[in-house]
Write a new protein. Sequence first.
Lengths: 217, 574
Amino acid sequence: MEALQAIAGCAVVFSDALTPALRRLLKPFCSDCRPVESGEGRSEELRRRAARILAVAGDGSSVAYAAFGQPMVFGPFARELRRQAQERGVPVRVVGGLSAFDEYLVAQQEVFGYGRRWYQALDDCSPKALERLGSLDSGLPTVAFLRGGGTSGFRRALGRVLRSSYPAEDECRIFEFAGEGAAMKSRALPLARLSRLRGSPHSRLVVVAPGSHHGRR
Amino acid sequence: MADAEGDRARAADLVRKALAMRAHDELEGAANALEAALQEDFACAAAWGWLGEVRLRQGHTTAAIRCLAEARLLKEDWPRLHLWRAGLLNALGRPQEALLALERARTLGLPSPEPELPVARPKSAVGDAVEGDLARRAMDRRVAERPTAERFEERARGLKDIGLPMEAVDDYSTAIALEPTALRYTMRGRGLFYHRHYELALLDFAKALDLDPRCAQAYCARLDVQLCLERYDEAAADARAALEISPERSEIRLNLCEALALSGRRAAARKEFEGLEEKGVDAATAQWMRGYLACLERDYRRAVPILESAAEMAGSAALRERAGIHAVAARLCDGGRRPKAGAKAKGHLFVCGMGVRPPVSLTAEVVQALQSCDVVYKNVSGDEVSTLVRIVSLRCRPVMFRNPQDVPRTSALLLSEARRGRRVAFLTFGHPLIFGPLGLELLRSAREEGISCTSFSAFSSIDSMLAGGGPALDFCGGNYQILSVMGQDVLQGVSRLNPKLATLLYFPEAQSGDGRRFAGFCRELLGRFPSRHPMLVFGPHHEGWEAPARRPIEDLPSISQPLLIQSMVLILPV
């Protein structure tokens, strides 16, 4: 509501996640909704995109950038936007959103019950990051988050690190958020079959692997 | 009526069964039977009292406090109850208060020979977090110094603030026993209202008004109960009486208008809002009130421009924010859909959170879900929250959920509504499923019973902190170990911590936590990292909210306990 209130006072809202449903939601608050890419890009590219947004604010209008997830977490584009705005003396207000952390916490509580308080969280499941990590503590649960279901390379790398850390007969639990308005589904999957898991670009997967001392209790 | 008698009879049977088990020292079985009795009859004083005694014997002092307080509300003149209270207060190290309770028991007439005081288990086995709370200890000390009505009242206010409402009610009872005043009855009545003891609350307000017929607070409190019970005429009468005493309080006029609008007397409601400016209400507030009335009449399209103009006119930031947020809610409701009238009733349960900064942190999907509900049970108090929820849903009832032992009763209440084919929502502070045993239980029970259920993510304290401190996480490559400090497993497992992984600490229960435990945790943690290793502390009360400064890990123990609950600590990987 805080974000919508801010958007209601803006001339234009840019978003990196402008799906038809989001457009429908934003329209009554701001009639000018425009898409913008925010993905990793060369810094020059980020600068150029940020400048395009700030050009709208140049005439004294307020402008909003509605980001997927938390704008400032893993958000080089939001930070570039803020840097340029500060340079130009344009006041900036950051309004938080719901983050993947909430989904970690909910998923781990669903599996381990209320009160479980320690686990390993993998927000970056790229093969490079997982290789750097080596192995996980087999005594602790692991909660991994795959945006857009992750690429097959990400899923394979995650399967590898989980199999090397936990007993092969362990099962993990998959929580799938299959896009707008869809209810979350959860199912059990043997670790050995994790690499065969499929994800769609519109889904988010949270994989929970139990630590050995929680096993099949 | 026959149903109620049947419930009472079943509860009495269960109490008898529990007492037989208790006589054979089967304490857990007795406790279970007594809890079952309360499921049958929530107003069974004997079940509450004996459950308190059993919990005390088991060493669960926090649960015992709550049970004995409930029993006291229902049957204050039960001598044995005061004897148990004396035992409990003794176990908590509050001998002066124990003496007062014992005196009361003797006044009421104890059986001869006098029963022994119940003995709690040794404290080491109890492990009650309450005992470690410094604020609580300071309040207890002040009562011990001088156990007067004023000191009990003062502690009651403090207990309410630290989230112990039932203990607060108990202290108001003691203050009333020592020196009854209208305000004390009113405050206790408010506590009872939030525990859904509606009739007892109404009795307290009546007693307050007997003592002081010009006690505006009592009228205001009573009209809240009447609104909740959908007795709109009585609510309107209370609002009018309160307005006569305090005509300058515009929120009472708003309540009057609510009562009139909800009872379908729209013309009378609108009349109340005519010429508000001449009655001393400023123009922006008057405009907001007219917009709010349009929302109550469910004319959202008309409400939006009125509320937006109120936000523009507002001189104070608070009114600007309130009118602005109400305009957003009205816009969302204007686009939302309610199930068609006459459509086949199908029960549905929504588990919703208001986020950690209600009402602004409410999400759009929750607003639209609430709008589609027949009844909303609200576990969040405060005028700002209440007015917003009323914009969205007309049937809103308070439900007080504080302790894990309230889970079965509250869950049963909500599920019974859904079983009757109603669309019911549980609305709570923060995220309903993060450290939310009730939310999790609701989902589990609804699935088991085949009741359709939807839960929504909400803006949690972690989100609030990440909104500002998020860039810090980029230092770590995205992978962490997350520890919710104060959990026993965390405190025992620090030696297994992997310093090569970024470590994120957060403290959701620091308020009720034990300072000594935290100090022990810090000692263990410091031993796992090199000296002067960097950490980042972020949260609304720390410097550098947007770009937290690096501090040496040795600073961790110096963060004061009350700030911890809103803090997050990131220890960088070695």
